[in-house]
Write a new protein. Sequence first.
Length: 294
Amino acid sequence: MSGINQSQALPPSRTVAVIGSGAMGAGIAQVAAAAGYSVQLFDTRAEAVVKAIADIGGMFDKLAGKGRMTAAEAGAAKARLRPASALSELAEAGLVVEAIVENLDVKRKLFADLEAVVADDCIFASNTSSISITSIGAALRLPQRLVGMHFFNPVPLMALVEIISGLASDAAVAGCVYDTALAWGKNPVHTKSTPGFIVNRVARPYYAEALRILNEQAAEPATIDAILREAGGFRMGPFELMDLIGHDVNFAVTQSVFHAYFTDPRFTPSLIQQELVNAGFLGRKSGRGFYRYG
Ligand code: NAD
C-alpha cells in the first residue's frame, strides 16, 4: 500500500478510530490517547461510548492523582478522545482498531462498511482473539490493509500485543502496526493467522482442563484458582481469568478455535460455560460468573 512505511509508527497526526467500546475498545482507546493520538470511539450502543469515555477520563484522573501523569497531561489526553455516532464520521482515520463482538460475519461486514468511508491508506486492525485474519480480510477490496492487533485484558496493564498477518496482509502494514504498538508503550510480537494465534491457542487447555476438573466435581473454582496461583505461579487462576475476560467472549473464542481445528476434541467447548452464557452470568462485567462481584 502506498504511503505506509514499514519502519514507522502511524504518526500521531493521523486519527485512530476504535470500533467497539467495551472492555477492550475502552482500554485500546486509553493507551492510544495516553500516547498522544487523537482517538474516535464508536459503538452500535451509544451508551457504551459515553461510558468508555467517562471511564477512561476517570482513569487519567486517577493516574494524575498518583503522580503518574500531570493534571495537564491528563486533561490533554482526555481532550484527545472523541465520540463518533456513525461510521461516516471516521473518514479521517489513519488506523481503525476493531474490538467488537467475536463473530466473523459481523467483523467482515463492519470492515466492508468502513472501506467505503476511509481513505485507501487507512490501516485496519482487528483485536479478534481467534478468528482468521485471512478470512476477515477476504471481504475487503484491499485485504492487504488488514492485520490482527491482539491486545490482552486489561489493555492498559498488559504489555503484550500479537500482530497477526493473514495471507493477504502487507508486511509494511504489519510493520507499521508493530511500531505503533511500540509507540503506545506495548511489547508487540509478529505472528501468523492460525486459530487462536499463540496465546489463545496455548491458553485453551488452561481453561478447558480447569472446566473438566470442575465438571468431575474434583474441586471448587476457588480451590483450583488458588492452586494455580500459589503452586503454578500464574497471576490469575483459570476461573477468575475467565470471569475477567467475560464468558460470552471466552465461549465464543473456544467455539471459534474448536471449529477452526475441524472440531478437534482437545478444544471442545464446555457446557458449564455455555450455561453461564445462557444465564447472562458473564463474569465481572455482569456482576456474576463463577464468582459474585460488587
Ligand atoms: P465487549 O462485549 O466488552 O465489547 C464489545 C462491544 O462491541 C460492545 O460494546 C458492543 O456493543 C460493540 N459492538 C458489537 N457489534 C458491533 C458493531 N457491529 N459495530 C460497533 N460496535 C459493536 O467485548 P470485549 O471483551 O471488549 O471484546 C471485543 C473483542 O476483543 C472480541 O473480538 C474479543 O474476542 C476480543 N478480545 C477480548 C479480550 C477479553 O479479555 N475480553 C481479550 C483480547 C481480545
